[in-house]
Design a binder for this molecule. Structure first.
Ligand code: 8X3
Length: 252
């Protein structure tokens, strides 16, 4: 009997990461949930196992290269890696943005993705049929005022995905970039505005049905389960009410 294919999901403690873990578990993968918050991923893994799926939790900070390398030693063969860990900090103009925020966003979004991808690439290749998903953003493709360091970091992730795809062509690993627009999750905007829930709520004010974490997980699940020779290079997904990063229909 063939072994159950394994999918690693980073940032699986909430939002898109947690929803993606649920989707891939339902798709028949043994999911390995990673995030810094151990209690959350352990609870989700227990819930998935109780529902008859296969899940394990591993506390991991993707910016800690030594810890990532240690984690990677557990895998001789890996089917799927979903690089979801990341996020935004601040919405200040370039003129006044805090360099510390820029640095942190580059660390988590770009270097975190680089760390995990480099460490697991041998196992993905060894599987003979590996898939790397990079969760970027529509902020990876065009700028918006106040996007600042987040836009810069997400552009970095986009370039990482493009360059890696060029470099590993001919190996049995595909690179899929999923770029969501406005997604309402419990934490993204609140983290960006440092706990200011009023400011966070304004992001979605009057928007008829922003995307949910489940919508994005659904697109990731679809892309990952295409036949091996099909590479969804870049999938942009927005709510119907959002035509671009700066053109959002609001009923206010
Ligand atoms: C999230 C989309 O518009 O907040 O990645 O940059 S946005």
């Amino acid at each position: 009997m063939a072994a159950t294919p394994i999918a690693v999901v980073t940032g699986a403690s909430s939002g898109i990461g947690a929803a993606t873990a649920r989707t891939l578990a339902a798709d028949g993968f043994r999911v390995v949930l990673t995030a810094r918050r151990k209690d959350r991923i352990e609870a989700l893994a227990a819930e998935l196992n109780e529902a008859g799926h296969q899940a394990t939790a591993y506390a991991l900070d993707v910016t800690d290269r030594a810890a990532v390398d240690e984690f990677a030693t557990a895998f001789r063969s890996l089917a799927v890696l979903v690089n979801n860990a990341g996020g935004a900090l601040g919405a200040d103009p370039v003129a006044t943005g805090d360099p510390a925020d820029w640095r942190q966003m580059y660390e988590t979004n770009v270097i975190g993705t680089l760390n995990v991808t480099q460490a697991l690439l041998p196992a993905l290749t060894a599987s003979g049929d590996g898939t790397i998903v990079i969760l970027s953003s529509t902020a990876a493709l065009s700028s918006y005022e106040g996007g600042g360091g987040y836009v810069a970091a997400k552009h970095g992730e986009h370039v990482l995905a493009e360059t890696l795809r060029l470099e590993i062509v001919g190996t049995p690993v595909r690179v899929i970039e999923v770029a969501p627009g406005m997604v309402r999750t419990e934490e993204f905007a609140t983290t960006r505005f440092r706990g200011d829930t009023e400011k966070a709520a304004k992001v979605y004010a009057g928007v008829d049905a922003p995307l949910t974490a489940e919508d994005v997980a659904d697109t990731i699940g679809w892309a990952v389960t295409r036949p091996s020779h099909v590479n969804i290079d870049l999938l942009v997904v927005r709510p119907r009410a959002q035509a671009s990063n700066t053109k959002v229909h609001r009923t206010l």
